[in-house]
Write a protein that binds this ligand. Structure first.
Ligand SMILES: CC(=O)SCCNC(=O)CCNC(=O)[C@H](O)C(C)(C)COP(=O)(O)OP(=O)(O)OC[C@H]1O[C@@H](n2cnc3c(N)ncnc32)[C@H](O)[C@@H]1OP(=O)(O)O
Length: 205
């Protein structure tokens, strides 16, 4: 772990990530990278370059990709990993994590998150504000659980899937890789074909 943290993405998501990093009190310095040249700072932190500059900072900084789009986040994090970057896990101090829970690098747990025992959260995931993940779940890499989503027990969520705000997933359900579950949807049975699903119960659109 390095003493400085560089957050890639200075937008709304990046700001929340920076706040969590601040609350963790682990880094003496926090800065951003962002491709928007007009953005000079975010919160009180300086934007010191563009996203592509990240590779130049690998030696001096921990790097965290704060980009909401699952595919873009995945692509950049994978490249940074290959280049040997140190990529932390960010955990809001007001989140609750049970026993035998594993969390992959580049994942952020936001305020009010609860993860119960024996669940596995992959790398590069966003577990957004107030989301809950119950027992024995597998949340694969680069998943985004939006604010207020609730995942029951024994659920598997495939790589790169996005669950919209307030989405619910019943117990013993499996959702295939790169699915999109709309805001407020309730998934009550397995989703085996990638696509967009909305409503109660969730159906393909
Ligand atoms: C901190 C943060 O901000 S984290 C981000 C939180 N944001 C979210 O959770 C947003 C989630 N996004 C959604 O729910 C979107 O509506 C999506 C991704 C499901 C669909 O978006 P699009 O692909 O653009 O679909 P589009 O808006 O064209 O809708 C297609 C149809 O599905 C319906 N639909 C879309 N979303 C939903 C929904 N959540 N529930 C029910 N019906 C929906 C639309 O009304 C439309 O129906 P129609 O054809 O009868 O008019």
């Amino acid at each position: 772990m390095k003493s400085k943290l560089l957050i890639i993405g200075a937008g709304g998501h990046g700001k929340v990530v920076a706040e969590i990093a601040m609350k963790m009190n682990r880094w003496s310095e926090i800065a951003f990278l962002d491709n928007n040249e007009s953005k000079r700072s975010s919160l009180k932190f300086e934007v010191i370059g563009k996203s592509d500059d990240a590779f130049r900072y690998i030696c001096g900084y921990d790097l965290f990709v704060a980009i909401g789009d699952n595919r873009i986040r995945e692509e950049l994090q994978e490249k940074l990993e290959k280049a040997g970057a140190s990529i932390p896990v960010l955990v809001h101090p007001q989140s609750i994590i049970g026993n035998d829970v594993s969390i992959g690098m580049g994942t952020v747990l936001m305020a009010g998150v609860i993860i119960n025992c024996c669940s596995k959260v992959g790398k590069g995931c966003i577990v957004n504000t107030g989301a809950t993940i119950d027992h024995d779940n597998v949340i694969e890499d680069f998943v985004h659980l939006s604010p207020g989503t609730h995942i029951a027990g024994n659920v598997r969520i495939g790589k790169g899937t996005w669950i919209g705000i307030g989405g619910l997933v019943s117990n013993n359900v499996s959702i295939i890789t790169r699915s999109i579950i709309g805001a407020g949807a309730v998934v009550v049975k397995d989703i085996n074909t990638a696509g967009t699903y909305v409503g109660v119960p969730a159906r393909g659109v």
